[in-house]
Design a protein around this ligand. Structure first.
Ligand code: URP
Ligand code: ZN
Ligand code: ZN
Ligand code: ZN
Length: 536
């Protein structure tokens, strides 16, 4: 089976030269509505040498400039996908979209930066894994990227390496797994230690929140650097009932399993005054837990993903096995069809804060590793290309959010939380020229036949989206225009991030100073005290 949909470029696109599209370092975007998270203004945007140089009307611009007419269009900060797994080796196989096809597809969809996860095996060095990811990504990325690092075990070495990653390697976020028992999962006391270290070094603690003890009976039947298979107690029960298909995946890990872990992570993070970021919030119950915590003043951020906002878990019951398996990911999509709309409402209201995709793609022949046993279906779905359109369609076109909130949840909030703002996430003088010209009236139907990802199916197949990117500018160059993609591997850069982002840590630091409990000043007790030994 050809794992990848195709090798090389798309066949059904015209192979035309895009005029002065490449190597053009001076660009004027004229007459568009410039949208930031706090305001919308009609203005021209002038770009030179990778940066936004001027914003305003009637700008004095030198000759030799490429002009883009943005009349009736929006000019947005490029999207930031907070959660990807390009070419991840997982469940015995390797995600088919690599840093090249994945970032190329991102650009076609209006995303100009991704944050991918370094995931070291238990017992191995975080720093070595980080260097491996850099070696994989640096030569392939078509857009800028940054790296979160997963803490999959705990020791003094790990603690020290976290500090080195923050001080020397541009990492300010660490993901802890509460699931995948004996593989990646940390115990509560290890979460406590890891969260404490995050707070110490000024990083954001991220959690994959699912109760791994409940999901798993924790019998790891096989594990190597690239393979792990778990035999789940719940799964075995399903299989004994004759449930071997993808529906068993959801039945084994219902939403309270996600909600309980979310609450536990929030409690542990609060006990050490550490800011917490819950990745892939997939259910109404987990989203309610995050929303309540925010209402109780906790420094917590929730990240729904394109899959959870754009589709649902009813597909696990589809009669075509390959169709159903295409939606298998962890935590699962939820069969309650009101879930996506509910997550979008919370995203619009700032109960949830940012959006990623968890893009981790496996073609049908890879998914088929689990054709007789759903526990062996590689977990992961697409999203990096379609996130912006799906959120526009379900969020803005539906009337749940305005274009400013769209910018906040697709770009600016991620830049603020991960300390990239205003270099990223803003159309502002001096910001990186990662810019999207967005046509809110154009429509497109999502399909694996026309997408730019290497994977051979698309969980949003057939979805009609109003609102799509017509031009994408990455690092000051037009890389996508009129449906033609001209992205170059290695053009993107690793973006180092500094610790203690103010958006997150100002409150944390202030609480640290004023929130310390003090003893009650009282006279010593001078009355009688019983003798314990006399009681025996
Ligand atoms: O199904 C998923 N989510 N695959 C990627 C690994 C993870 O837990 O994020
Ligand atoms: Zn996860
Ligand atoms: Zn379906
Ligand atoms: Zn993930």
């Amino acid at each position: 089976c050809p794992v990848s949909k195709r090798k090389g470029e798309r066949l059904n696109r015209p192979n035309k030269q895009i005029g002065d599209m490449t190597n053009q370092s001076k660009i004027l975007i004229k007459g568009g509505k410039v949208v930031n998270e706090d305001c919308t203004v009609i203005a021209d945007v002038y770009i030179e040498d990778g940066l936004i140089k001027e914003i305003g009307l009637n700008l004095q611009i030198p000759g030799g400039v490429k002009i883009i007419d943005a009349t009736d269009k929006l000019v947005l900060p490029g999207g930031i996908d907070t959660h990807t797994h390009m070419e991840l080796e997982f469940m015995g196989t390797k995600a088919v979209d690599d840093f090249h096809t994945g970032t190329k597809a991102a650009l076609a969809g209006g995303t100009t930066m991704i944050l991918d996860f370094v995931i070291p095996q238990k017992g191995t060095s975080l720093l070595d894994a980080y260097e491996r990811w850099r070696a994989m990504a640096d030569s392939k990325v078509c857009c800028d990227y940054s790296l979160h690092v997963a803490v999959t075990w705990w020791s003094d070495t790990v603690k020290q390496e976290m500090e080195t990653l923050v001080q020397e390697k541009g990492v300010n976020s660490f993901k802890m797994f509460m699931a995948y028992k004996d593989v990646f999962m940390l115990q509560d006391h290890e979460l406590y230690a890891a969260f404490s270290q995050c707070k110490e070094v000024g990083a954001i603690a991220q959690v994959h929140a699912e109760n791994g003890d409940l999901i798993a009976e924790a019998k790891i039947v096989g594990m190597s650097s690239v393979v792990y298979q778990c035999q789940f107690e719940g799964a075995r029960r399903m299989i004994s009932l004759g449930i071997t298909g993808p529906e068993g995946h959801e039945l084994c890990r219902p939403e309270e399993v996600e909600a309980e872990a979310t609450q536990r992570a929030i409690t542990i993070a609060h006990s050490v005054n550490c800011p917490l970021y819950v990745v892939h919030v997939m259910s109404k119950s987990a989203a309610k837990v995050v929303a309540n915590a925010r209402r109780n003043g906790r420094v917590v951020f929730g990240e729904p993903i394109a899959a959870g906002l754009g589709t649902d878990g009813t597909h696990y019951w589809h009669e075509d096995w390959a169709h159903a398996a295409g939606f298998v990911m962890g935590p699962p999509l939820r069969p309650d069809p009101s879930t996506p709309g509910y997550l979008m409402d919370l995203l619009a209201n700032d109960d949830l804060s940012v959006t990623g995709t968890d893009n981790c793609t496996f073609s049908v022949c890879q998914k088929a590793l689990g054709k007789d046993d759903f526990t062996k279906i590689p977990n992961g779905v697409n999203g990096v290309e379609d996130r912006m359109s799906v959120i526009w369609e379900k969020g803005v076109h539906s009337g749940k959010m305005d274009e400013n909130r769209f910018v906040a949840v697709t770009s600016s909030n991620a830049a603020k939380i991960f300390n990239l703002y205003p270099r990223k996430g803003r159309i502002g003088k001096g910001s990186d020229a990662d810019v999207v010209v967005w046509d809110p009236n154009a429509t497109r139907t999502i399909s694996a036949k026309t997408h730019h990802q290497a994977v051979d199916h698309n969980i949003f197949e057939g979805m009609v989206c109003h609102g799509l990117p017509v031009v994408t500018i990455s690092r000051g160059k037009v890389v996508y225009e009129e449906g033609v993609l001209q992205a170059t591997p290695g053009e993107g850069r690793f973006i180092a991030r500094r610790p203690f982002p103010e958006f997150v840590y100002k409150r944390v630091k202030q609480r640290e100073q004023v929130g310390k409990p003090t003893p009650v000043n009282r006279k010593p007790y001078e009355g009688e005290v019983i003798s314990i030994s006399s009681q025996n």
